[in-house]
Design a protein around this ligand. Sequence first.
Ligand code: FUL
Ligand code: CA
Length: 602
Amino acid sequence: MPTEQQLQWQRLEWYAFVHFGLNTYTGREWGYGDEDPGMFNPSKFDANKIVSTFKQAGMKGMIYTAKHHDGFCLWQTKSTKHNISQSPWKKGKGDVAREFSHACKEQGIRMGIYVSPWDRNCAEYGRPGYLKVFYKQIGELLGKYGDMFEIWFDGANGGDGYYGGAKENRNIGNPDTYYDFPHIVKNIRKLQPNCIVWGAGTSGDVYWGGNEKGNVAYPCWNAAVEQETHVKKHTRTLRDKAPADEKWMPLEADTPINGTGWFWHANQAGRVKSVQHLMDEVYMKSVGHGANLILNVAVNRDGELDAADVEALLRFGEARSKLLATDFAKGATGKASNVRGGDAKKFGPEKLTDGNIETYWCTDDRETTGEVELQLKKPATFDVVRVREQIRLGQRVQDFAVDAWVDGKWVTIDAADEHGKSIGNQVMRRVPVTTTDKVRLRITRSRACPCISELSLLKMPEIENISAPVVKDTGLPKGNWKSKKGASAIDGDEGTFWYSGKSPDPITVDMGRKHKISAFSYTPRQDGNLKGMTDYYTFEVSLDGKEWKKVSEGEFGNLRENPIEQRMEFKPVEARFFRFSSISSVEGSGSSAAEINIYPAK
Ligand code: FUL
Ligand code: CA
């Protein structure tokens, strides 16, 4: 069974993720740790404005990146010099944590903190000395800025980094052991007993949904063992029952609203996810599968949210509110196959339609199946069914079906698939558009007597595609480009890709004439295979194809979880030829690229 904290957390349903930091200025997803704090100057940053956008969208909270993997701290900290006091913003006196926490408090939005365990700046990272730094950071963030509803410990850990100038690889082995998460969690409980801990293995309260697309697989059982195997395998195995005697462990699904990544990027125009996608592929498959959703909206270099992201967020928020606004089952009267102790006042079928998530229909202990027939107040047309269990009493149902009374007979509109179905906090499922005044819920298998809080009948609103499509900026036209081996990486089609085979081989392109350029982008192969996907690259240019000059080198962050276009900027330079080399790959050897774009200097 969930703790009271997990239960309250589950009821937030969705909230914002805000990625903001030095990566915002470098255009990278993972900073190396040697970035100059002098870049950080979000002159138009207004926490109130950002928080009010989230509120307007109907979100209940927000979590921002107080420290990402690059180690730069966006609050006034005593733990490291690599922090906001070294930036020109507000003459080094700014504090993003303070501004967000004030704004959240004022507007009644819950606030949470992302603080990366991996710290590519700290010289002591990977050694015992780092723990003092990290613990201090957690202490400051949970001690100085009021109530936090969630603290987020990212699972990306160890590897290459700056590490105070050592510039080497540091591996930490088992994160649970190195960071000592059991100890961290014990301290968090002392500081803020209501704060949900994300990503601290089985010591924490919530698990990652297993991908960065914003969905969780279904059925979704809230059990620790289940989540462990699923995160490891990156897919959820469908099982028809959760193990007994298990720690309750709900899921959170995460995804950025913009297709360019977690941080703001110069090329994000036209790449925001559509409202339809956010509804069908994200919301219905995360919250609709019983998980919570954390949806990222990045802050840009000026310190503001991008207009197109805001528009998508607000449109989606509006569609969500419309979907939930009218429950056609509300107030329906019912007949049940069995009512616990015959006590209809307490456990009767009308508890399913009273709009109160605490009250529930329940059968006698010996009954693990049962059904309820509901008579609606008047005929209604709906296409989404939502069912919720009273999760204070655990997750019990393994199989259920919903029928509608149509043309004088029962028609099943939502039936069990072959692996069985769970309910948990809630399931929202699309059903055929149905008009009726009578529905039936059948519980056909359950681990114990079913306790069902609510059954709702909803109608999905029309979602119009409002914004005129923005043409993606793909840089210089490639008509005259030539490449001996890499044609598929310059054909303007992200569906095709060049692969060198096992041994890495640079791709060289002749652009036909000289251009002044200041950025390139690398789109990894999009076929789901990580082989030869570049991790560390070099990018060189030449005027004659003989003498080469390296203008950019480094690593693409997070491609394993989020293989999207990476745009890298450099000092403007004249070039007719460019050469892209893969130094190391995410998996296997060799190099591959779906597309390389070149951007002219402005
Ligand atoms: C990942 C990180 O590595 C990404 O940079 C991002 O912060 C995402 C939310 O989690 O694991
Ligand atoms: Ca109820």
